[in-house]
Design a protein around this ligand. Structure first.
Ligand code: HPA
Length: 249
């Protein structure tokens, strides 16, 4: 199957494939930034071509600070993608963002460090100061929310994603500070991915999947990986239809 890619999806923790993709082709892509986290799978959802890449690798072997965010996005762009839906597994900080909630945040605060934050750090390359006031592409956010409404999926409109370094989870004091800063969600992979997408000229929006209450929030219980994965699986039930509607929208 050929033709343009209607949508590229980057899967996060717990989302390693899109089972609904038909006639899947596998692309091992090399980029000027190196190799992406794994192969890009391109297949058909209805009448549209959709690309999928597992951010941490299909076996979840690449930790957040080691992900080659630049190569991942460049690979999707090289294959012809112009719109990227980032699925990010997150913890919920504020009341509206409890476990199993889907959210489409509209702001970011970046607490990560030591990651390559730009595509233009090579000598001689022009430095870009891209506008990032709205870190997610407003039009694509609108399309995500419209797709969710069309398939009857509840998605919270807005919220601030705080990107932390990981791979450990946060202390209660760190989350309390993030709450004071205005963060609603906490995850480890939202940055620099969003900024790199903007530099690369890709439309980019995040669909955050709340896996647990962040440290000291909600029930205040210890966070365990089985709980995280079970909540991601439950919250992901709406994803195939939502992604299908987004690809066709
Ligand atoms: N913190 C950071 N990242 C996460 C969390 C969390 O509580 N849950 C899932 N990803």
């Amino acid at each position: 199957m050929s033709g343009e890619i209607a949508l590229a999806v980057i899967g996060g923790t717990g989302v390693y494939r899109l089972a609904a993709l038909q006639d899947v082709e596998t692309h091992e892509v090399d980029t000027r930034f190196g190799a992406p986290s794994g192969p890009v799978r391109i297949g058909r959802l209805g009448e549209r071509r959709v690309a999928f890449l597992a951010r941490h690798g299909e076996g979840h072997s690449v930790p957040p600070h080691r992900i080659n965010y630049r190569a991942n996005l460049a690979a999707l762009k090289q294959l012809g993608a112009a719109r990227v839906l980032a699925l990010n597994t997150v913890g919920g900080i504020t009341e509206r963002f409890g476990p199993r909630v889907l959210a489409c945040p509209d702001q970011i605060i970046d607490y990560t460090w030591g990651r390559i934050p730009t595509i233009c750090e090579e000598p001689g390359e022009e430095v870009l100061h891209v506008d990032f006031g709205d870190p997610y592409t407003p039009r694509l956010r609108g399309d995500v929310l419209a797709a969710a409404a069309a398939v009857g999926a509840d998605v919270v409109d807005g919220g601030c994603y705080g990107a932390t370094q990981g791979p450990r989870l946060e202390t209660r004091a760190e989350i309390a500070r993030m709450r004071r800063d205005g963060c609603d969600l906490v995850g480890m992979t939202g940055m620099p991915e969003a900024a790199l997408a903007r530099e690369l000229g890709l439309d980019y929006a995040c669909l955050a999947i709340v896996a647990n209450w962040a440290a000291g929030c909600g029930d205040g219980l210890e966070i365990t990986m089985p709980e995280v994965l079970a909540n991601v699986e439950a919250a992901s039930a709406a994803l195939p239809e939502l992604i299908g509607a987004l690809a066709h929208g």
